[in-house]
Structures are given as structure tokens and as C-alpha cells.
Write a protein that binds this ligand. Structure first.
Ligand code: GTP
Ligand code: MG
Length: 594
């Protein structure tokens, strides 16, 4: 079976609307993650409202297009809708003001509007349907009470509800009413969610004005006024005489229309010709969902931009403070414990033992073993992290009996504590200034309290720890690699292998000629080999000391770590800094660019 275009269209549209919702949810999420920024909660509330409205749009996806009219008392709202529906008095009109006192939904069939009852609240909705309203095939019209009579208070809430579920909003003004500009200002708040085709501006009772004055002065002036007041590119104002298009206008003979200039037909064409198409409502809803999303992003952007300059400066300030603090921490560390040197030595030999071959290689392996076993720290090597290995080794070297407990102790090392203390001190010195500029950027005064400033020790501790262990590991690895070159291995092994070969040659040759060698020869040969081997190893150790001595390794690792710290962004460790970051990144988002 073929799926109709409208069906696929609505599936696609649902997908699009979902992405808009996703964008808004991301915004909510980001706002939640910056709880100290005071405009946050207000924006958050608006976000929720926008989400609710998009949900609303989605819920009535398959339903008819909803066209709502709003405007001041007696401007002719009900009359226009009746004229559009082609049924006089479908919505009550009259002289008693206000006439319309609840939401009135006009439809062709009662069931079309059924679902609106629950959305608008049963007690506030009047349903009017008439089979004669032939034009309402794909459209529902909603008449609203005024927002400027004595009943205003009661009405505003109803009108807001109706607007929230509308696809098209018609704003009606009264050509006779000199106060219509006030009403433009009043409506500004309600029209912000409608754009382009979805927002229609109408001036009614044009028949009461002089045609020339109307077209040349009143309308152009009013159009300009609306554009500025609503900050929207309104294309056109429809000048109409609604009453004239009732089935029976019942003109008072003393107040007949002054002229027949009237754009009712254009308005009708716009609503029923363009909107009254089956697929149109879907596009309309996508557009509305999109403008809802853009609206909330704009609002958020606007708020953030107010503070963004201060935020940027503060971010830099925080970064500087933390970099200084980190450097302070590093120098504390550099002064740190000298015991660590011993461990580095052991680890270097460990690494060399893996790489070396030949007699010198065997001796290196033995030496590494001796170093490990000799200090009773075999257990440490179960742990991969070199810092822990070091700390563990060191403590077991110095507290031989407690070597088992040392694995636990290895988690804490003195230098980290000292470094942490220096880090905190340094940040705290700068904090009062930073806090004041944050408060300028509308942060909560809680930022003055220090406990919000630093993340818990463990994060920084881990960061420092891993930076250091990476740097150390890398430096040791490179050093051991440099010390294990093929030529080097060949050179150091050459004397011993040469002698071994020579002794082997003599032994074998004499064995075959039957002249057996004395045991003195073997003792002598063994000693020569041993001495040569030890000498070679001794020289090798000298090289190791020169090229990969613990001091040298530490210094290099330290340089490396320092270099990494330069690129390291400690702001991520600071919960307040994190909030500043989130806000700044929010300020630069433009969802419509996606
Ligand atoms: N001259 C003239 N009178 C009109 C026109 N449209 C409506 N009226 C009259 O204006 C009066 C008010 O019209 P309604 O349609 O009840 O106005 P409303 O905006 O619905 O009023 P409320 O429901 O009380 O807010 C009625 O007497 C209409 O006949 C028009 O285009 N020209
Ligand atoms: Mg009315």
C-alpha cells in the first residue's frame, strides 16, 4: 500500500519537532548545570513552558488547524469569525459588552473540537458547530473574550490558554478605537511566539473611517508602530469590514459603510486558500515549534550576552589563578621526597632487563631481581601505576616489616598532600577578586564561600597523579629504550662473547684432538669471563647512572609534566569555573544554524 504524502510528511515532521525538543532539553540541562547563575531559574521556567507548548503542538498533529482571534472589547472579533464561518451568530455578537465571555470554538462538526475541551478546561469552553459552516473543513476557529474590559483579569488566563494551542493568531484592532496603540503594546507579550504567516494583523470597522485617511495615514502609521513595538517583520495589515460579510449585515440605515474598500477577501483567501490545505497545518506546526525553540534560545542568549564580557574576563582570571596554583603545587612536588629516587632506579633496571639480550642482559635481569627481592617489595609489582609502585617501594624500603601494608599506604603520598595544600592556598588568595566579578555577572553570592571553589581533593589528586605517572613512565621508557640500542648491546656483550667463543674454541679443538685441558684452564677461563662480564656490567651501570640516573629521570619527567600543565585546563576541576564555561558556550550557540 502506498503511504500518502501527508502521512510521510507528518512522520518527518514529528522527527523535526523531536530535534527541536532535544535542543530545548539540552538548553535546560545546561542551565541546570550552572545553578549559581541567577537568571537561570527564570529561563528554566520558560524552557519548561516551551517544552510544554511543543508537546501540545505534537499532540494535535493530526488535528485541524487552529486559528485564534484576539483583540480588544467590541472590535468585532466574533463578527469576523462568523463571517469566515459563513454562519451569522455562530459566535454571539451584540451590543452588551463584553459579549464573548468564554472561549468559543467554532467548527463544522462537534466532534472536530471535542479534544479541545480538555486542553482548554471544560467549564471555560463553548462549542459551536454548524453543518452550514462549510468553509471550516480543515480549520477550527477560536473566539476569545477581550483582554481590556472590566472582566480583563478573568479573561487573560483563558486567552493565554487558547493562544498556547493555536497555529495561527489573528490580532484584531478597531479602526474606531483611538486607544489601539495601547493594545499593541499589551499584546506584544502574546504575539512573540508567532511569526510570518502564523501572525495576522487585522483592522476592523474600516467602513467607519474615511477611505483616504485610512489607507494613507492610519494603516501605514499603525504598521510602523506595530513593527517597532513587536520587533517583528509584519508584512501587511488587513483592512476589513467584518460586518459587511455577514450573511445579513443588518446595517443601521443611519450608519451604513462610508465606502467599500475592504480586504476581507484577501484575508479569507489567506486563511482558507493557503491554510485550509490538509498538509499545511503540519508545516505550520513545524514552523511554530521551530520558532518556539528559537525564541527560548534567543532569550537565553540575550541573558547570557549581558554577562558574557564579565564571564570571559573572569574565566581568564580563574585560569590564571589555577595555573599559578598548579605551578605552586608543582614546586612543592619538586622539593618532594628524595626517597622516590631509589624506586626509579629499580624500575629502570626492570625495564632494561626486558630489552637486553646476551650475558650482560642476564646480569641486568639478575640485578633487577636482586634489587626487587633484596628490598622485599615483590608485592608492589602487581600494581601498574608507577607512582604507586614507587611509593610502595619506598615505604617498604624504609619500613621493611610493614611492606605488606605499604600497598595501602601507596595510595597516599606526602608530596601530593603538600602540593594540594599549596594549590589551595594559591587559588584562595585570588578568589575574593574572582568572586566579586562573578557576582557582577549575576552569580549567586554563595560564590564568595570557599567550599564551592575547589573540587574535592580526589579529583585534583587524581589529575596530578596521572599527569605525573604518565610523565614518569614515559621518561623512563624513553631512557630505557635509548639504553637498549642494538649497537650498545653488541658492544657491551662483545668482550664476554669474544672470550666465551675463544674458550669454547680451545675446549672443542682439544677435545677432538684428545688433549684434555686441565681444570686450571676452566677455572681461569671462568674467572676471566666473570671478570670481563662484571667489568662490562660495571661500565654499563656507569652509563645507566649517567643517562638515566634517578635525578635526571625525575628532572626530565618534571619538565614534561610542567609542559603538560601548561596545556592542562584546571578550570574543569573547579565547579564554579565549570559553570562559567557552560554559560559561555551557551552564549555562542545558534540553534537555527544547525
Ligand atoms: N460598522 C461596523 N461594525 C462592526 C463591524 N464588525 C463588527 N461590528 C459591530 O461591532 C459590535 C461588536 O462586535 P462583536 O463581534 O461582538 O465584537 P467582539 O470583539 O466579539 O466583542 P467582545 O466579544 O465583547 O469582546 C457589533 O455590534 C458588531 O455589529 C464592522 O466591520 N463595521
Ligand atoms: Mg465577541
Amino acid at each position: 500500500m502506498m503511504i500518502s504524502n501527508i502521512q510521510t510528511g507528518s512522520i518527518k515532521a514529528l522527527g523535526k519537532i523531536e530535534t527541536f525538543k532535544h535542543d530545548v532539553r539540552m538548553l535546560c540541562n545546561a542551565i541546570d548545570r550552572a545553578p549559581m547563575w541567577q537568571p537561570g531559574p527564570g529561563l528554566r521556567k520558560q524552557c519548561d513552558e516551551v517544552l510544554r507548548m511543543i508537546d501540545n503542538l505534537e499532540a494535535r498533529f493530526e488535528r485541524k488547524l487552529i486559528v485564534t482571534i484576539i483583540g480588544p472589547c467590541g472590535s468585532g472579533k466574533s463578527t469576523l469569525l462568523n463571517a469566515l464561518a459563513q454562519v451569522d451568530n455562530l459566535s454571539e455578537t451584540g451590543h452588551r459588552r463584553p459579549t464573548t465571555q468564554s472561549i468559543v470554538v467554532l467548527s463544522r462538526e462537534a466532534k472536530d473540537a471535542e479534544h479541545l475541551k480538555e486542553q482548554l478546561g471544560v467549564s471555560h469552553v463553548d462549542m459551536r458547530s454548524s453543518p452550514a459552516a462549510a468553509s471550516l473543513e480543515h480549520v477550527l476557529l477560536i473566539d476569545t473574550p477581550d483582554t481590556d474590559s472590566t472582566q480583563q483579569e478573568k479573561h487573560i488566563h483563558l486567552v493565554q490558554n487558547a493562544i498556547a494551542i493555536s497555529d495561527i493568531l489573528i490580532c484584531m484592532f478597531d479602526a474606531e478605537n483611538p486607544k489601539r496603540k495601547d493594545h499593541v503594546d499589551f499584546l506584544a507579550h502574546y504575539v512573540r511566539l508567532f511569526n510570518g504567516d502564523a501572525l495576522v494583523v487585522v483592522i476592523n470597522k474600516c467602513d467607519r473611517q474615511d477611505k483616504k485617511e485610512l489607507t494613507q495615514i492610519i494603516v501605514p502609521e499603525f504598521l510602523e508602530f506595530i513593527k517597532t513595538a513587536w520587533e517583528k517583520p509584519i508584512q501587511k495589515i488587513f483592512c476589513i469590514s467584518a460586518r459587511q460579510h455577514l450573511q445579513d449585515p443588518q446595517w443601521d440605515p443611519t450608519a451604513r459603510p462610508k465606502h467599500d474598500f475592504d480586504e476581507f477577501v484577501d484575508l479569507k483567501q489567506m486563511i482558507f486558500g493557503t491554510f485550509n490545505q490538509p498538509g499545511y497545518s503540519i508545516d505550520r506546526r513545524i514552523e511554530n515549534a521551530q520558532s518556539l525553540r528559537d525564541y527560548i534560545f534567543e532569550e537565553a542568549g540575550l541573558e547570557i550576552r549581558k554577562d558574557s564580557k564579565t564571564l570571559k574576563e573572569t574565566k581568564q582570571h580563574i585560569q590564571e589563578a589555577e595555573k599559578n596554583a598548579l605551578n605552586a603545587a608543582l614546586s612543592a612536588f619538586k622539593k618532594g621526597d628524595s626517597k622516590r629516587m631509589l624506586g626509579i632506579n629499580v624500575l629502570i633496571y626492570q625495564k632494561l632487563a626486558h630489552r637486553w639480550l646476551g650475558p650482560v642482559g642476564w646480569l641486568i635481569a639478575m640485578w633487577a631481581r636482586i634489587l626487587i627481592f633484596g628490598t622485599g617489595i615483590v608485592a608492589m609489582f602487581r600494581f601498574g601505576n608507577p607512582v604507586r609502585q614507587l611509593a610502595g617501594m619506598v615505604s617498604s624500603l624504609f619500613h621493611f616489616k610493614e611492606s605488606k601494608a605499604a600497598t595501602v599506604e601507596a595510595e597516599r603520598s606526602d608530596w601530593i598532600d603538600t602540593a594540594m595544600r599549596d594549590f589551595r592556598l594559591s587559588v584562595l588568595q585570588d578568589w575574593p577578586n574572582i568572586a566579586e566579578s562573578l557576582i557582577n555577572a549575576r552569580f549567586d553570592t554563595r560564590v564568595r564561600k570557599m567550599e564551592h571553589v575547589l573540587s574535592d581533593n580526589t579529583t585534583l589528586n587524581q589529575d596530578l597523579n596521572s599527569l605525573w605517572s604518565d610523565a614518569l613512565d614515559h621518561t623512563m621508557e624513553t631512557a630505557s629504550q635509548n639504553l637498549s640500542g642494538l649497537i650498545l648491546q653488541f658492544l657491551f656483550n662483545l668482550p664476554v662473547i669474544g672470550i666465551l667463543g675463544h674458550v669454547g674454541w680451545i675446549t672443542a679443538r682439544d677435545y677432538f684432538t684428545g688433549q684434555y685441558l686441565s681444570s686450571d684452564f676452566f677455572l681461569h677461563a671462568f674467572l676471566t669471563i666473570a671478570i670481563t662480564l662484571f667489568l662490562s656490567f660495571f661500565v654499563f651501570q656507569g652509563c645507566v647512572r649517567l643517562a638515566a640516573g634517578p635525578e635526571r629521570i625525575t628532572r626530565k619527567a618534571f619538565e614534561k609534566m610542567k609542559h603538560q600543565v601548561e596545556q592542562f585546563q584546571p578550570i574543569s576541576m573547579n565547579p564554579v569555573g565549570e559553570q562559567v564555561n557552560i554559560l559561555l558556550s551557551l552564549g555562542s550557540i545558534d540553534p537555527s544554524a544547525q
